[in-house]
Design a binder for this molecule. Structure first.
Ligand code: URA
Length: 433
């Protein structure tokens, strides 16, 4: 094969130049089809990581990746919304907002992932509900959204096969942390999943993959621009992930937290409650709901129980039952993690809590995990509970995740940045590709 064009493309990227859309298409098609092997693609990914990518290149790569597999299209008259979180600890926002937003009249097609490292995965949390399936065929996924307005499913092998190959190669060759490659990877999957509008929740802090605000804002802004240039409405929220978001950490415990929140059992002013409200409002906004109707619709769906009923409908449609959902309870025995001295909770190591919860679930099943009793900023007396462990092992490890001190910690903002672009056209359906 004459691969002179490929050598020239690599040299261009190595020297900080730009590749045109046709070259990106040729590379992606060649790699997926087997005509191009790993070596040049790994070199290209590394050159992108070091040199960066122009917006036009990210768009061209995204288009080429979408074209590598199937693309879902929905018959719904309304714009179908998806939501993406870059991964955190105790982040069970998706299980709440998907049915809640659907109950407000905006369909939600949520393609989710599994746990990665210390962060939890939405699919694992849902599968803690006995009988529930997340492996839906594209046809079943589409039919469920058209019938009940929402579904949460695993990414089908047939959507964006290029991403699977490319992500695995980047993982092996040190080129995961490229804003352009991450944005193309995430946005291509959302587009192929049929989303007409997308809300990105980009986490930043010690428990997130993005450690600095600058990186998180750059990724969030790039994804919003990319989605908009792809004809989708989009906004991004950059949010703090320095401590676990919700009180419960662990697959089944997080499903219980979502269930109870939708049933009105959790305080709306907690960090989890506030972020859930903010994400749901953004989803309704990009879904085309008029500004004045957003909060009233959400309040009615939450208080009137329509959000919870939609969650039950989703669980039943995916093989679970109301009875199984309502019977979920934390694993016994429980043991308390207590404060060794008086003081303020100054920090909770989200990575340590995420890893401890993952190990508890592996050892004792999906209903094991950690419930944080004293979030950051709480004043505790010696002997008072900091956390409770369902499954009972790992008390010392969880205790070590807490830092206590005599000085009250400064309050961290939950929302670091909100990136919206008001230029999208109201209520137009995006092209299906
Ligand atoms: N998540 C993705 O889906 N892709 C990336 O490249 C990084 C995180």
């Amino acid at each position: 094969m004459d691969d002179g064009w490929l050598r020239r493309a690599l040299a261009t990227k190595r020297d900080g130049g730009m590749l045109d859309a046709q070259t990106w298409r040729r590379i992606v098609a060649g790699y997926v089809g087997g005509a191009i092997d790993d070596a040049p693609v790994a070199a290209l990914a590394m050159a992108c990581t070091i040199r960066g990518m122009h917006d036009d290149e990210i768009l061209a790569l995204t288009d080429a990746m979408v074209a590598s597999g199937d693309v879902l299209a929905f018959d719904n008259a309304a714009v179908v919304v998806d939501k993406h979180s870059s991964g955190g600890v105790g982040d069970t926002v998706s299980l709440v907002v998907v049915p809640l937003v659907a109950a407000c009249g905006v369909p939600v097609a949520k393609l989710s992932g599994r746990a990665l490292g210390h962060t939890g995965g939405t699919l694992d949390k849902l599968e803690a509900i006995p009988g529930l399936r997340t492996a839906l065929s594209p046809a079943a996924f589409r039919a469920q959204i058209e019938r009940i307005g929402c579904a949460i499913a695993a990414q089908s092998e047939r959507l964006v096969p290029a991403d699977k190959l490319l992500y695995a190669l980047r993982d092996r060759t040190g080129s995961v942390p490229s804003v352009g490659l991450i944005a193309a990877s995430i946005v291509s999957k959302k587009i192929a999943g049929g989303a007409g509008a997308i809300v990105f929740d980009v986490k930043v802090g010690g428990g997130a993959f993005m450690r600095t605000e600058r990186e998180a804002i750059e990724l969030a802004t790039t994804m919003v621009r990319l989605a908009e240039r792809s004809g989708r409405r989009a906004s991004a929220i950059v949010t703090d992930m320095d401590e676990p978001l919700a009180a419960n950490v662990g697959t089944g415990l997080e499903a219980i937290e979502a269930r109870d929140y939708l049933r009105g059992g959790a305080p709306a002013d907690s960090r989890f409650g506030r972020l859930t409200g903010i994400v749901a409002q953004e989803m309704l906004r990009v879904g085309g709901v008029p500004e004045a109707e957003i909060v009233p619709r959400l309040t009615a769906a939450l208080r009137g129980g329509a959000g919870y009923e939609r969650f039950v409908a989703l669980v039943e449609a995916q093989g679970g039952s109301r009875g199984a959902l309502e019977a979920l309870a934390p694993a016994a025995p429980a043991s308390a993690v207590s404060a060794a001295a008086d003081g303020y909770v100054r920090a909770i190591d989200a990575v340590a809590i995420g890893e401890a919860a993952r190990d508890l679930v592996a050892a004792h099943g999906p209903l094991a995990g950690i419930r944080i009793a004293a979030p950051v900023g709480t004043y505790v007396r010696a002997g008072q509970p900091l956390a409770e462990i369902a499954g009972a092992t790992g008390v010392e490890r969880v205790a070590e995740a807490f830092t206590l001190g005599s000085v009250r910690p400064a309050e961290r903002s939950l929302v670091v940045a909100l990136i919206r672009d008001a230029t999208f056209a109201p209520s137009s359906n995006p092209p299906n590709r």
